[in-house]
Design a protein around this ligand. Structure first.
Ligand SMILES: [Zn+2]
Length: 373
């Protein structure tokens, strides 16, 4: 396993969700990346769905498919980031702006410092004078103290608020400095990343999103996620870019029969299939995009057929079986079920806004298909 600088194992890219905590649902809560336990697919799930206590109200936000939203967002960003001149221009403008701000913060901090000093001197003078007059008037120590306190209280109050203002200005100055570093990072990004924006890994994409201060807001209810895991049979054909054999011919079956019989193992009565029916049933599922339970079987159950397929696939038997069926007439894979993205809006700091111009929305269309069954 690869290890990062800190010696801990590096996170696999599949576990990286660049939009975690940057994607906000209609309810206002952020989404977090999560791998689905059954299908292993990457999704974003709204944190508003989390019950703060048993029975607590949760939001209605539906999940958002990670690959799809990341691809669409990245396509949009490539459009605006692939022009390094534009990016440099926006960063330079921003640097100018923060430079002006920095000067005005410095002036303000200095001015407030002067005022605080003046106020401190005034307090000291007021204390001395008040004490002197009270003493001349023949007041006792306690009375003098009370009078001094009453006189300087409003002055002290004013000094405290000046100090608050100065602390605030110092904070703003620090933030402007940080923003400045940010803009410089972005300029660097413009110089280095333009050649390979199309090939950034998910963790590199996440870094860029951080630099841009990007947020995505869902502005339309997300459609419900299709139920169930992707069909493993369909996936098998898709991965090999193969069509589905329409039938198991007699000649092919003569070769296949010994392979599947030899690879079989004793099993429960309800899982005892006719081997040929099992092969045909598996192909039927892929052709019809139905569920395992929809496969017509004389013997055995859909669940049993599903584990049979898994066993054949894992042991390589299915690959051998299919080799004998490549010559058969074949049908195309049924159209994949489509997943829709809700309409979303991109937000970000000054630089991103400059770059995006009017290109701030995406999603809400029927994008390229993702296979589900
Ligand atoms: Zn929500």
């Amino acid at each position: 396993m690869e290890h990062g600088k800190n010696g801990r194992p590096k996170r696999k890219d599949a576990e990286i969700y660049p939009l975690s905590e940057k994607l906000f649902g209609l309810c206002g809560s952020h989404y977090v990346g999560q791998k689905q336990t059954l299908s292993g697919q990457r999704w974003y799930r709204c944190s508003g769905k989390h019950e703060r206590y048993p029975g607590a109200p949760v939001c209605e936000c539906n999940g958002i498919p990670s690959d799809l939203v990341e691809t669409e967002l990245w396509t949009l960003l490539i459009k605006v980031l692939s022009n390094p001149k534009e990016l440099q221009k926006a960063a330079a403008e921003y640097l100018d702006m923060t430079a002006d701000q920095k000067v005005s913060f410095e002036d303000r901090i200095e001015e407030l410092g002067r005022q605080i000093e003046v106020q401190a001197r005034a307090i000291k003078a007021a204390m001395t004078v008040t004490a002197k007059i009270a003493a001349i008037e023949g007041k006792n120590d306690e009375e003098i103290e009370a009078e001094v306190e009453a006189t300087v209280a409003p002055l002290m109050h004013e000094k405290t608020s000046l100090e608050h203002l100065r602390a605030e200005a110092v904070q703003w100055q620090l933030e402007a400095d940080a923003a400045n570093d940010h803009a410089k990072d972005l300029k660097k990004l413009a110089e280095t990343a333009r050649r390979r924006l199309h090939q950034l890994t998910l963790s590199e994409q996440a870094e860029v999103l951080n630099l841009l201060g990007l947020k995505v807001r869902v502005t339309q209810a997300a459609p419900p996620a299709p139920k169930g895991a992707p069909c493993p049979v369909r996936t098998w054909f898709e991965e090999r870019d193969l069509k589905i054999p329409a039938r198991v011919g007699e000649e092919a079956w003569r070769h296949i029969e010994p392979i599947v019989s030899a690879g079989d193992r004793p099993c429960r009565a309800d899982q005892r299939f006719d081997h040929r029916e099992a092969v045909e049933g598996i192909l039927h599922k892929a052709r019809t995009a139905g569920r395992w339970s929809d496969v017509p079987l004389a013997k055995g159950t859909g669940k049993g057929l599903s584990s049979r397929f898994r066993r054949w696939r894992e042991s390589g038997i299915w690959d051998q079986v299919m080799e004998f069926l490549t010559g058969e007439e074949a049908t195309e894979l049924p159209p994949a079920r489509k997943i829709e993205l809700p309409k979303m809006e991109v937000e970000g700091g000054f630089i991103l806004q400059e770059l995006l111009g009017s290109l701030t929305t995406f999603g809400g269309t029927l994008p390229s298909s993702t296979t589900m069954s």
